[in-house]
Write a protein that binds this ligand. Sequence first.
Ligand code: NDP
Ligand code: OXD
Length: 308
Amino acid sequence: MALLLIRNNKDYEAWIDALHEADPSLEVLTPETVKDPNSVTMAVTWKAPNGSFEPYPNLKVIGSMGAGVDHLFNDPSLPKDVTLTRVVDEKLASDMEEFVLTLCLSHIKNLPLYRNLQDQTQWKPTQYKRVPDVQVGILGFGTLGQAVGQALQQTGFQVSGWSHSRKEIEGIKSYTQDELDDFLAQAEILVCLLPLTEETEGILNASLFSKLPKGAYLINVARGGHLVDADLIEALDKDHLSGAALDVFHTEPLPEDHPFWNRKDILITPHVASMSNAASVAPQIAENYRRMEKGEELKNTVSQKKGY
Ligand code: NDP
Ligand code: OXD
């Protein structure tokens, strides 16, 4: 019985080493090294090409190497009778906290503006905002959303979160689905940390932007599919939004001719908010492999029905 790794970039070495470190007895294969497809009972993957699971009839578990699982559901041939898992990891969460906190501070202290003014040799002191006066709304208040929310709150920001189910976190106001408009009305910085599903695709659109306070700032660290690109450009051109920081895009790498590249009010980062660290993540994969073999409940499972 074996664990199969499938990565779009075929970069396997760190993952094989980390999995062997976590459990030296684990047989770890890649599509190139599989001899008997029947021996593969679990696959762990990042953006596997569609159809990648078809050769393996005995797959019981398919895991994402990251927190997001939209790449799994993108494959129409994803088996329906397997258990899906994803990554929940402290390092992934703390890296996301640091990234979003940095973006929020950079925005309220006008650093992107000064970078642009420097290009024009301009000295132009501009009023900045103070942390306790700023309300940050987190769209998608799950594992990462809550970690980010608590880090922002500890720094002194006012924080609220929006999710399917209500959360009880001291000092943070939790809104549920039908309270979206109230949640948006006070979000001076809106952070998207939703999973990409049928329900959330295109949620960052003109209608949503119109419900944010004038001058709001958008941070999308979730998925490019959440954003309607043309609606963002329009909201910026109308000065309804003051700017955006985007880490994720419909097509990655962002195509060279995409209009986002030339905008001074958009900060582009190349999907680096938080990256799965093989050494940190391998133990939970090895543990799930053991649990699968013993017929025990797995950790960090994903609902095929909900899509996250
Ligand atoms: P979780 O599944 O833990 O959290 C998702 C949250 O979104 C939950 O609070 C859930 O509500 C809420 N939610 C889902 N659908 C809806 C909906 N239709 N309406 C309202 N709320 C909804 O995911 P994570 O926090 O671990 O990760 C979030 C995403 O971050 C990932 O899916 C991935 O796309 C992205 N990501 C990006 C990275 C980057 O580097 N840019 C790195 C890692 C992740 P409820 O709690 O009630 O179920
Ligand atoms: C993830 C990501 O989902 O890196 O983990 O985007």
